[in-house]
Structure formats: C-alpha cells, structure tokens
Design a protein around this ligand. Structure first.
Ligand code: CFM
Length: 545
C-alpha cells in the first residue's frame, strides 16, 4: 500500500491487509480468520468465518460479558420478576437501566425494572462466602414485594469463591410456595461473550417457567415472538401491528414480558424468531417439547415487516387472517413509502457500516436499503457462524472448551402437552409452496461480494475501516460513539437507539428514515478534523479531501 493510493483503489484485499498490518504475526493470523471478504452471493456455500471464539487479550473488543447477556439482555426486560444480582455493587449499578428495554407496567402496575437489587458483596463476603447475604436479600425482596418470581444472577467473584446460588434458590423456593425462585450461573467470564449469557438465561427460563400456566390464553392465531426486546419501544409497535391484524402474541421473549407470558408460551401455535442469535435454540426446544413450529421473521424495515406478516398469514392459512394482514399492510404502507421516497432524494447512494451484537447488523441493512443506502461493511460482536453463513452450518460447528462450558438442554416431547400443530401433509404442502420453516440464511448472503465482514470488530479496526471507506454513517454502540464522531463521521447507536426509536414495524421505519436523513445530511461533521486529516503527510492520500 503506497501513500498515494486513492480511496477508490482500495481493493478488499488491500483493506484487509491494512487492518492486519499493525498486529504482531500471531494476532494477525487469528484476526485474519475473523475478517472476511464476502463471496457468499451466488455461491453454494458462504466462506467460513471464525466466530464465537475468545477475544485476543489486549484487544479492545466491543463485546460485553456473559452476565450482561443473561441479566441484562434476556431477563432485564421482564417487569414482574425481581432480579437480584449476587455480587459487588458495580455489576448491578452498571447494568441498571442502561439498556433501553421499555415496559408497560400494565393494569397490575407490577414493575421492578426501575429497581436495582444487589447483594452488594464486600471483601468479607468474598473471604467468608456470600450465601447468607444472598439468602437475606431474597427474604427481604420477598417480604417487601411478594413477586411471582425471583431470579438470582451470579457475577464473576461468586463463581470464583463457589457460592452455591442454586442451593439457596431451592431452599427459599421451598419456603415460599407462591414464589418461583431460581438462579443463573452466568458469571461474566463463563463464556466468550454475552451470547453465553443468553443461553444460560434461556435454558433456565425454559426449565423453570415455560409450561407453568396450564390455562390457554384467549385469542386467535396464537404466536410467540422470540428474540424481541422492546428497545426504544420496538415491541410496542410490533404488538400494535399484531393487534390490528388479529394475531395474538402470547409471549414475547422477552421485551415487555411478564412472568405469566413466559409461563404460557407452550400454548402458542407458532414461534416467530426475530433475533436468531439470542434465542434460536429456544424455538427448537419449544418445537421438540410442545410441537410448536418456528419461522424466522424480521420486523426491522417496512417491507420486511410486511413480508413477515404475510409469512405468519400463510402459516395459519386462514383467508380471513390473510385478508386482514393485506388490509393492514395496504393501510400502513402509503405513509411509509411517501417518507421513504422523500428522504431518498437525499440519502440515495449513501453508505453505512453496522457493527452490533448478533442480529441487528443484518436486520438494519433492510431499513437502509429502503432509503437507497448500502451497507458496505458489517459484522457481529458475538454471533456464531450460523448467523453469518446460515443455519446449514450448525451441524458442523466446532465444539470447543468454551462452548462446552454452556449447557445444552436435552429436551423430549412432553407426554401430555405435545401437540403437532400441522399434519405432515399440511407441512409438506406449505413447503412445496416455498414456505420455509426453521430457516435462516445469515448475513453474508445479503451483502455484496467484496464487502468486508468482520467478527468481533475492535476499536483499532473500526477507526481504520472508517478512515479507509469513509461511510456516511457508522452504527454501533456507546463505546464507539465518540471515537467515531471524532473522526468526522455521524454515528448512530443501534443498541440503545441513542434516545430515539421505535425503529421496528411501519411507524418505526418512518422514525428511522427521518433520523438517518438528518444525520447523514448534517454539515456539522465536516467541521471535525480526524487525526489523519490533521497530518499533512496523510491528508494527501485520500480523495474526499
Ligand atoms: Fe439480539 Fe438484541 Fe442483537 Fe442481542 Fe445485544 Fe440488543 Fe444487540 Mo445490544 S438480543 S443479538 S445481546 S438483537 S443488547 S436487543 S442491540 S448487542 S444486535
């Protein structure tokens, strides 16, 4: 790479080399397997990417910890379960209301989300053990609130000293029969990322909660929405659309959810999987144990929303439902299209980069496409190979010592509750008509060949990518926000949505178009001088200057 190379002449291989150049050889060899030049379009199989492996020590990763995935992501949005963190206060404090999962306190008003429950472990608890303190905390929470459920979360020191949180949970659960108390061994170091925490949380919810409510909720066309966390009110918008279509959402895992919703999930006739990464195995377990089939959906993007709704209609196959869905789409789309058309006059041809957790780096490409914008580089913090390459690679995934650490539940058909929702003939007819169950093609197939896909992107590589490709907007999280803005590039948080949202469904799409239009059109960023722009030696090397 010479200094006189123009931006337009950077080939994907040049970019990859440039990202790796500064690393010591061993690090470069490892990172090279996680930085991929896409070749999936038109190919039978995607090129293999290394994912779900440990971050190399010394690298400033964008990832979070296993505790974050369990306590924050999966259990955080459930309003009427008391979530007690067993650990030092920092683990609680920094997980307290930082993810913008909204909730509606409902008629009963039972909502513990604004509270921060912690055992506040001190040095003496680490030395002499914290079980007694945990027991006291559970008793106090029970006596104050009498919740339906209490969940206990292990932090790193709890695992290191060996407190038996499950024994404490069992003891108190027996003592308080009207309260379901269970614990999660989700120590921060337990897995390589928050993905392990999702799995630990979901396994426990499946074991201790799903199936508890015997009575089926009322309603027609009953579904579960798996992997939707109501960030910025996304779930509210999706529920509004479901309601309008006459679809009954029994249980969202776990946006705006309640104890009873989880406990009734077995009554649904279809599971719709939104975030494949955080929950696909729950969809499988619901199918095996109760006979509920599942499909992949995406409510990010107006067209994707319409497509997902039609898929649900096709599954139930009732002309009444199909008509209602089509009517709703016809009613909602004109406003969306009008805004899209208007913003496209300014956003068409602009570029985006998306680096978020495990799903949105894929889902949000649809929204950008509706604005005429291309995602030129993307990747996940902690997704697995199937989220990149498609579910067909699942049988060939390598089981390493880290993934072995995370329990895989063995599930069998429930003798009493298993009920096939469709006959084999009905399934066959649907499949012959092109309907796909349990199907996810992954991110790679939806990105252009030659685009750079990076797993577990880090601070250094993020800045390099921006420097080389200069996107019109960069999407990631709060840790990245200001370093990217300092490079003179607008930054949109796609974890917390900054203070915006919802972006899901039809109304959400309109919000997104308007916000991105404003961001990519803003002049303020051009006043920022990135470090390389201040350096005359480098200034001469890029065409945009
Ligand atoms: Fe699923 Fe999520 Fe995501 Fe995720 Fe997350 Fe999130 Fe995310 Mo932040 S569950 S994988 S662990 S869609 S909190 S709501 S935005 S990293 S891309």
């Amino acid at each position: 790479m010479t200094k006189t190379t123009k931006m337009v002449q950077w080939s994907p291989t040049d970019i990859k080399d440039e990202l790796l150049k500064k690393y010591p050889p061993k690090v470069a060899r490892k990172r090279a397997k996680q930085i991929m030049i896409n070749e999936a379009v038109g190919a039978d199989t995607s090129p293999e990417i290394v994912a779900n492996v440990r971050t190399i020590p010394g690298i400033i990763t964008m990832r979070g910890c296993t505790y974050a995935g369990c306590k924050g992501v999966i259990m955080g949005p459930t309003r009427d379960i008391v979530n007690i963190v067993h650990g030092p206060i920092g683990c609680s404090f920094y997980a307290w209301l930082t993810r913008r999962n909204q909730t509606d306190a409902g008629k009963d008003g039972e909502n513990y989300i604004p509270y921060c429950f912690s055992t506040d472990m001190q040095d003496q608890d680490i030395i002499f053990g914290g079980e007694k303190k945990l027991e006291a905390a559970i008793i106090e929470a029970y006596e104050l609130f009498h919740p339906k459920g209490i969940c206990i979360f292990a932090t790193c020191p709890v695992g290191l000293i060996g407190d038996d949180i499950h024994a404490v949970a069992r003891k108190l659960s027996a003592q308080y029969e009207d309260c379901n108390i269970f614990a999660f061994s989700c120590e921060g170091y337990k897995g390589v990322s928050q993905s392990a925490g999702h799995h630990i949380a979901n396994n426990q919810v499946f074991t201790h909660l799903v199936g508890e409510n015997k009575k089926s909720p009322e309603g027609e066309y009953k579904i579960n929405l798996l992997g939707e966390y109501n960030i910025g009110g996304d779930g509210f918008e999706i529920d509004r659309i479901f309601k309008k279509c006459g679809i009954t959402n029994i249980s969202t895992f776990s946006g705006n959810s309640t104890y009873d919703q989880f406990a009734s999930a077995q009554h649904a006739d279809l599971s719709c999987v939104m975030c494949h990464r955080s929950i696909n195995y729950v969809a499988d377990m619901l199918e095996t144990k109760y006979g509920i089939p599942w499909i992949k959906v995406n409510f990010i993007g107006a067209r994707s929303t319409a497509k997902s709704l039609r898929k649900i209609g096709e599954y139930f196959g009732d002309p009444k439902l199909i008509k209602r869905i089509n009517d709703v789409i016809a009613e909602e789309m004109p406003e969306v299209e009008a805004v899209a058309e208007e913003v496209r006059t300014r956003t068409n041809g602009k570029t985006a980069m998306i680096f978020v957790g495990g799903s949105r780096a894929h889902h949000y490409q649809d929204l950008f496409a509706e604005m005429g914008m291309k995602t030129i580089s993307a990747g996940y913090e902690f997704a697995h190979r199937d989220d990149y390459e498609g579910r067909e690679v699942i049988p060939s995934l390598k089981v390493d010592s880290d993934s072995r650490n995370i329990e895989e539940l063995t599930v069998e058909a429930d003798e009493k509750l298993f009920k096939a929702r469709k006959t084999p003939d009905e399934v066959k007819a649907l499949e012959e008509a092109g309907f796909k169950f349990k199907h996810y093609e992954g991110l790679n197939k939806d990105m252009d060949n030659g685009s750079i896909i990076v797993d577990d992107l880090n601070q250094y590589e993020a800045e390099k990518l921006v420097e080389i490709l200069k996107p019109d907007v960069f999407c990631a999280g709060i840790k990245e926000k200001f370093s990217i803005q300092k490079l003179g590039v607008p930054m949109k948080q796609l974890h917390s949505y900054d203070s915006g949202g919802p972006y899901a469904g039809f109304k959400g799409a309109v919000n997104f178009y308007k916000e991105i239009d404003r961001l990519v059109g803003s002049k303020v960023w051009s006043y920022m001088k990135a470090p390389w722009q201040k350096n005359p030696e480098l200034t001469a090397t890029f065409v945009w200057e």
